[in-house]
Structures are given as C-alpha cells and as structure tokens.
Ligand binder design. Structure first.
Ligand code: FAQ
Length: 324
C-alpha cells in the first residue's frame, strides 16, 4: 500500500455504515466525499498499480516502433502506445484525487516496491508478438476494465469508460495483425502460432490468482470496486477468445481446453502459479530491464519537468505583477 496518503480523521463506525449504505445504493464515491481511510488506501493501491501497468506496458511494444513492417502499421502502433501513456496519465491523476503524490507513486515504481501487471515482464520477440499483445493482452484488459466502468470510485470509473473505448481499437489493431499473419505464408502463420503459444498463459494470469487465493476480493466486492471475480473474468476471456483463435486457424496451447456442455463454458488447463508469483516478485524475464528503462526515462526527462515548473513559476509571477 502507498504510504503517501493524505492524513484524515480516524474512521468511525457510524460514518462507515453511512458510507457502506451509499455504496449499497449504487452511488459513486467522489473525491470530496468522506470515505474510510482503508477505502482510500485500497483505491490508491489498485489505481496506482493500474497506472504503473499502463506506463510500463508501453515498453514491450515500444521496442517494435522502428521495426513495424509498413507505414500504416507503424502509425497505428505509435498511436496505440501514445494511448497507453494517456491511460497512465488519467490513472495517476485519479490516484492523486485520493491524496496520493505522483512523485511518491513513481518512486515506489522505480524502487521496485510497487506492483504492475505481470504481463509486461515478457519479451516481444517478433512482429507477431505485437499482434498477440493487441489481441490477447488488450483483449484481457478490456474484459477486466469493462467491469471496472461500474466501480464505486467516480474518477476511476469515468477513466475506465474512456480507456475501454481506446482499448477496443488496440484489440482490433492486434487482431488485424494476427489475421494477416495467420492467413499469410506458412512462415508467417508459424510466427503467429509461436506468439500465441508464448502469450496465452501469461494473458490468463493477468486476471490475478484464483478467487480462493485472492486476499483483496472480499473487501473489493463489499465496496463494489470489483463487480466480477478474477475467475469469472478469466472464464469470460477464455470463452470469448476460443472462437477468435478458430477464426485465425491457430491452436490455443492447452490440451485440456474443451467445451463443457453442462457448465456452458470452456474448461481449461492448470495455470502455472509458481511462474506467476515469480514474475510478480520481480524475477520474470524482463522485470529488471523494464524498471531500468522506466528509471532512465524518468531521469532523462528531469529537464522537461524542471523547464515546465520554471515556466509555470514565470507565468505565476507575471500574473502577480499584472494584478498588483
Ligand atoms: N500482475 O487479491 P488479488 C493493460 C496482485 S492494464 C501483478 O486478486 P485484486 C492495458 C494484486 O495486486 C493491465 N500483480 O488482487 C495495456 C495483489 O497484490 P497486493 C493492468 C497482480 O486487486 C494493454 C495480489 O496479487 N490492469 O493491460 C496481478 O483484488 C496492452 C493478490 O491479488 C489492471 O491493473 C497481475 N496480473 O485483483 C497496456 C486492472 N494480479 O496489491 C499496455 C485493475 C494480481 O495485495 C499494453 N486491477 N496481482 O500487494 C484489477 O482489476 C485488480 O487489481 C486485479 C487483481 C484483478 C488485477
């Protein structure tokens, strides 16, 4: 949890009951409303992790901007990556409305203290990975984020509405790349299959641990932060994606994947949770590279922040002189 939380009055049971009634009545919580300190910290935790994910999430794809195969692909990829930067900006701002400091959030990311989505610690090895990221990673992000459009904290829910619209363009961008490759030469189809093989299981891990191992879920449901569980959303993603893989003529790398008539859902194989926790704890293939890259970008951007502050200070001083 983030320590940089605005000091507020200690929580009291009567106010908490009123707060819960407000949530139970499906009303949004807004920045100036009273809220329990635990809710404020809980929201900062989730929103800042989400912001960090968008921010770090630019890196696997950023690596391919100079190598996109056509001008059109390059323009679309650039636009997509810029969108991710925008999503991080909305989300950091939403966390700031809860009293979190952006400097502190970034320091927590750069020091390795803060979490961000496990998925961004895998490398994008070929152009087909850019297709797989858009198709699967953005596809999974949409499934998760559509549910969050109805989350209880107003600024977060409103950010999600806009973000989901943009993610849906991202998903199509990825699926279009996969369609071209999967219906292209045998070598292209093999590249598409290889990307699916490598991104499938990490995409399922994006939804978080099984419900039985998800410590935050109980309170998250009570506060209507979460509307659907990790396992429900993962199942939704699997059910939706199988038909898309069939359209592409690609095989999902799971021998246990089969339609279960009784459940009305696909059954699927066991997720490697050891791998998941290894990655979350900082020992995935790219964790160190990702953090080094973010730290360097932050340090290299210091002069821009200083110049912007100096400019703002100059403007303020000029306005003060003119008013005097
Ligand atoms: N990676 O108790 P739960 C995107 C942590 S955006 C790392 O189940 P919760 C767009 C979890 O934080 C992708 N850590 O937690 C894009 C908790 O740790 P804590 C990001 C994970 O919050 C596309 C612990 O495990 N999306 O992709 C992960 O109830 C393409 C126990 O878990 C969001 O952040 C994970 N995968 O449920 C950008 C959505 N899963 O905090 C660029 C908002 C779990 O107790 C290119 N977040 N953990 O220390 C959420 O919906 C929820 O936070 C969940 C986790 C569902 C991720």
């Amino acid at each position: 949890m983030n320590d940089q939380v605005r000091a507020v009055e200690t929580d009291d049971p009567e106010r908490e009951a009123g707060f819960q009634a407000h949530i139970d009545a499906e009303k949004r919580v807004e920045p100036r409303d009273w809220m329990p300190e635990r809710y404020r910290k809980f929201m900062i935790r989730q929103i800042s992790q989400h912001a960090h994910s968008e921010y770090v999430g630019m890196l696997p794809e950023g690596n391919w901007i100079t190598r996109a195969p056509t001008l059109r692909r390059k323009a679309a990829l650039l636009a997509k990556i810029q969108d991710e930067a925008g999503h991080a900006a909305y989300l950091y701002s939403a966390a700031e409305t809860l009293g979190a400091s952006r400097d502190q959030m970034l320091e927590d990311l750069h020091s390795g203290k803060a979490k961000y989505s496990s998925i961004f610690n895998y490398p994008a090895l070929t152009w087909a990975d850019i297709g797989a990221i858009g198709w699967l990673v953005d596809g999974a992000a949409i499934v998760n984020q559509v549910a969050l459009c109805r989350t209880s904290y107003g600024p977060y829910a409103r950010a999600m509405v806009r973000i989901c619209k943009e993610e849906s363009f991202h998903q199509r961008q990825g699926f279009e790349i996969m369609t071209t490759l999967a219906h292209g030469a045998p070598e292209q189809k093999a590249m598409a299959q290889d990307a699916l093989d490598r991104w499938w299981w990490p995409s399922l891990m994006m939804f978080g641990p099984h419900d039985s191992d998800s410590p935050n879920s109980e309170i998250s449901f009570r506060w209507k932060v979460k509307r659907q569980s990790n396992d429900e959303l993962r199942q939704k993603f699997v059910d939706m994606t199988v038909a898309q893989a069939e359209f592409l003529g690609l095989k999902i790398p799971d021998d246990d994947l089969k339609w279960n008539e009784a459940r009305g859902h696909y059954d699927f194989g066991r997720i490697d949770w050891d791998e998941f926790w290894r990655v979350v704890k900082g020992n995935g293939l790219c964790n160190r590279d990702r953090l080094r890259n973010r730290r360097e970008a932050y340090e290299n951007g210091a002069w821009v922040r200083e110049a912007a502050l100096a400019h703002a200070e100059k403007k303020r001083a000029r306005a003060g002189r003119e008013a005097a």
